[in-house]
Write a protein that binds this ligand. Structure first.
Ligand code: A2P
Length: 315
């Protein structure tokens, strides 16, 4: 099982979770069931992934068959860009709860600091991004809606995702309830030292998404430089501990204090990815992993560049 970290509101979060982005319905149902069976307690979801219902069905079955209790699970989901006005946040949270079949979410995140609008939602998938227009809703207003979710008992904790240092600072300056988390992309190619330090200094935990560089991302081009699991230096560190390079990378992310959420729909890889709490990289090995940093993003979010709240120009 994964170690746990304490959040700034005293609740705890397992230090490794199962990512669910790009998991086809059907696949993710089986992956979540298997993950819970072998000890995963933290599942990372989002409304925009379009598979909350499948995830919820798997969770429900694992609770009903007594593998886990609801209290042992840490379920995360995220508010999509289309619902950033304060009065939209609670209904959006309720929709995710209904999809997941839960009466509370452990952690509800603002998915992006970027607000959008659309005339009609046909299907829930990434095509929504291109069909939507930007609107000027300040994420500080959105945060008030997130706080409403805590007051109503819909979310135990609230946090941010893809916020840069300045944006986190602005939320902290206005918040009545502090964000417990910033979920950002972190991998050996994007070590995010400055933003992680800023979050830690402000008692905000950091979840590392695309920890393996998201090899299946739809916009990948051959040779575009995202972390290679075949890297000979990483492979050789793994050989020393009897671990795969993916396990070495996930362990590295734990040792720099982040919470990796690797996605896998493959049984064996789901098992391997959480089997990283029985070895420790030396400080020299951590430096080797850090040396691959090239500030390369697997998720550059180019579609959001035109928004005045686009987060990546400043970090
Ligand atoms: P699969 O679902 O077939 O296992 P990220 O979490 O960085 O977005 O990466 C997820 C991608 O990496 C998925 O395509 C997943 O494929 C693959 N993956 C997950 N775990 C491993 C692993 N241990 N070794 C190799 N590839 C992995």
């Amino acid at each position: 099982a994964a170690a746990s970290i304490e959040l700034n509101n005293k609740l705890t979060c397992p230090q490794l979770g199962l990512g669910t982005w790009q998991s086809a319905p059907g696949d993710i149902y089986n992956a979540v069931k298997h993950a819970i069976s072998i000890g995963y307690r933290h599942i990372d979801c989002a409304w925009i992934y379009g598979n909350e219902k499948e995830v919820g069905r798997a969770i429900k079955e694992k609770i009903e068959d007594k593998t886990v209790t609801r209290e042992e699970l840490f379920i995360v989901t995220k508010l999509w860009n289309l619902f950033h006005s304060r009065n939209q946040v609670v209904p959006a949270c309720k929709e995710s709860l209904s999809n997941l079949g839960l009466d509370y979410i452990d952690l509800y995140l603002v998915h992006w600091p970027v607000a959008q609008t659309i005339s009609e939602i046909k299907t829930i998938d990434l095509s929504l991004i291109k069909d939507a227009n930007f609107v000027d809703v300040d994420y500080v207003e959105t945060w008030e809606g997130m706080e409403d979710c805590v007051r109503l008992g819909l979310a135990k904790s609230i946090g941010l995702s893809n916020f840069n240092t300045k944006q986190v600072r602005r939320v902290l300056d206005h918040a009545k309830i502090k964000p417990v988390m910033n979920q950002i992309e972190v991998s050996p190619n994007l070590t995010q030292k400055k933003l992680i330090k800023f979050c830690k200094d402000n008692d905000i935990a950091v979840t590392a998404y695309s920890p393996l560089g998201s090899p299946a991302r739809p916009w990948a081009k051959p040779g575009d430089g995202v972390v290679s699991l075949d890297n000979p230096q990483i492979v050789s560190i793994g050989e020393k501990y009897g671990k795969t390079s993916a396990q070495v990378i996930l362990r590295f992310l734990v040792q720099i204090g982040t919470i990796p959420i690797p996605k896998s729909s493959n049984k064996e890889r789901v098992e391997k990815n959480i089997d990283i709490f029985d070895f420790e990289l030396t400080p020299e090995e951590v430096k080797v992993l850090e040396s691959f940093n090239c500030d390369g993003r697997a998720v550059p979010a180019d579609d959001f560049k035109a928004s005045k709240y686009f987060p990546f120009n400043e970090d």
